[in-house]
Design a protein around this ligand. Structure first.
Ligand code: HEC
Ligand code: HEC
Length: 89
C-alpha cells in the first residue's frame, strides 16, 4: 500500500512561485507587444488600406509618413513591413 506523503511546505512554496513565474511570462508574451503599438487608425487617410493586402497597402505608407510629411517618432523601430506591427483591426 502506498501512503500519500504529506507534501512539505517548502516544496509547495516552490511550486507556487514557479506557477506564478510561468503565468507572468505567459501574460508578457501574450499581451505586451500588441497593446503598446498603435493600430492602423480608422480614418479617411487609412480606411482604404483595410480592404487591401498588407504588402499592397504598405507601398503607400511612406507617401505621407516620411520626414517631410508626417515623420515617424525619433525612436521608431526598423520600419520594414508597417502592418506587421501596426495591425489592421
Ligand atoms: C494620405 C496620407 C497617409 C497615408 C497614405 C498613411 N497615413 Fe498614417 N497617418 C496619416 C496622418 C495625417 C496621421 C496623423 C493623424 C492621425 O493620428 O490620424 C497618421 C497616423 C498614423 C498612425 C498613428 C496612429 C495613432 O494612433 O497615433 C499610424 C500607426 C499610421 N498612421 C500608420 C500608417 C500605415 C501603416 C500606413 C500604410 C498602410 C499609413 N499610415 C498611411 C496619414 C497617412
Ligand atoms: C517593428 C515594428 C514596427 C514596424 C515594422 C513599424 N512600426 Fe511604427 N511604431 C512601432 C512602435 C513600437 C511605435 C511606438 C509606439 C507607438 O506610439 O505606437 C511606432 C510608432 C509609429 C507612429 C507614431 C504613432 C503615435 O502614436 O504617434 C507612426 C505614425 C508609425 N509608427 C508609422 C509606421 C509606418 C508608416 C511604418 C512603415 C513604414 C511603421 N510604422 C512600421 C512599431 C513599428
Amino acid at each position: 500500500m502506498t501512503k500519500a506523503v504529506p507534501q512539505n511546505k517548502k516544496t509547495l512554496w516552490y511550486n507556487l512561485v514557479f506557477i506564478i513565474f510561468c503565468a507572468g511570462i505567459f501574460l508578457f508574451l501574450w499581451g505586451a507587444p500588441e497593446e503598446t503599438t498603435a493600430p492602423l487608425p480608422h480614418d479617411k487617410n487609412h480606411e482604404k488600406f483595410f480592404s487591401m493586402g498588407k504588402k499592397e497597402a504598405e507601398k503607400f505608407c511612406t507617401q505621407c509618413h516620411n520626414p517631410e510629411g508626417i515623420p515617424l517618432p525619433e525612436d521608431h523601430p526598423p520600419k520594414y513591413r508597417c502592418l506587421f506591427c501596426h495591425k489592421k483591426k
